[in-house]
Design a protein around this ligand. Sequence first.
Ligand code: NAD
Length: 295
Amino acid sequence: MSKIGFIGLGLMGNPMAANLVKAGYVVAGFDLSAANLQKAGAAGVGIANTAADAVSNADVVVTMLPAGKDTLTVWGGGVMAAARPGTLFIDSSTIDVGSARSAHEIAAKAGMLSLDAPVSGGVGGAEAGTLTFMCGGAVAAFEKARPVLEAMGKRLVYCGDAGAGQAAKICNNMILGISMIGVCEAFALAEKLGLSHQALYDVASTSSGQCWSLTSYCPVPGPVPAAPSNRDYKPGFSSALMLKDLKLAQEAAASVGAVTPLGAEAAQIYGMHNAWGEGGADFSGIINLIRGKGN
Ligand code: NAD
């Protein structure tokens, strides 16, 4: 069974590493936060003192870090020199496409295999081992990663060359941010027209307005009992992370000259939601901002 080095044991990385341990892998973990490292240790992850120590015996290394600069700091630090040639490096952080491609270049220069493999499914999916991985890189890297990713997720999608996983992630989340705002506007309008939440849901969920933001994550309580709207918008997927992903999408669009006016507007509206102090709330809580704007 392969040995895994795991760097970045936060909200997502901790349960992902724990699932690798449950699947029988020997995992060596490192995080800058002593508390997160300790939590991982309690789940059976071996505690390494440095990132280099975590990778020195590994066949596969997984990084789950906040942003592109963090991935480049870790991949561009001592880990490439410490790892055995041919080690597979997987970055599951959500980062900009340019940094993802730079990370692949760092790995290739050091004689390593690499994959960008951001996830969807959130903390709940990380805990349940049901994440979706969107993967970019060489097919050989994807095939080597498969059993490791399957221990943490239920769906793997090969998206193409280096950076394609990150491109898929931000395009998907741009759809999600825009569609959630659309669904919230429809409910806010329905309220003013005297139409009940359930009536709008019953029509739109079986008509052309149907979408994931409505049927899985309905932003008003009632129609979809598992949605965060039923628990005062406790995340779930936070508004701060939605804003992060929408900004990444806008940066990517600017870098290639793509025209994304609704993506830009969604980034602005989520920016307001965060400035309103709601960054820690679920992203479907944007309905409260939208109702406020209409008053
Ligand atoms: P987090 O802030 O909880 O965890 C990040 C961890 O990385 C922290 O424990 C931090 O100490 C550690 N870290 C930072 N720099 C480091 C370094 N140089 N060396 C070692 N450790 C370092 O974040 P998270 O919620 O776990 O998210 C991780 C990534 O997953 C992000 O890119 C995020 O956008 C993405 N993501 C998160 C969710 C979610 O619901 N939380 C969903 C999908 C994708």
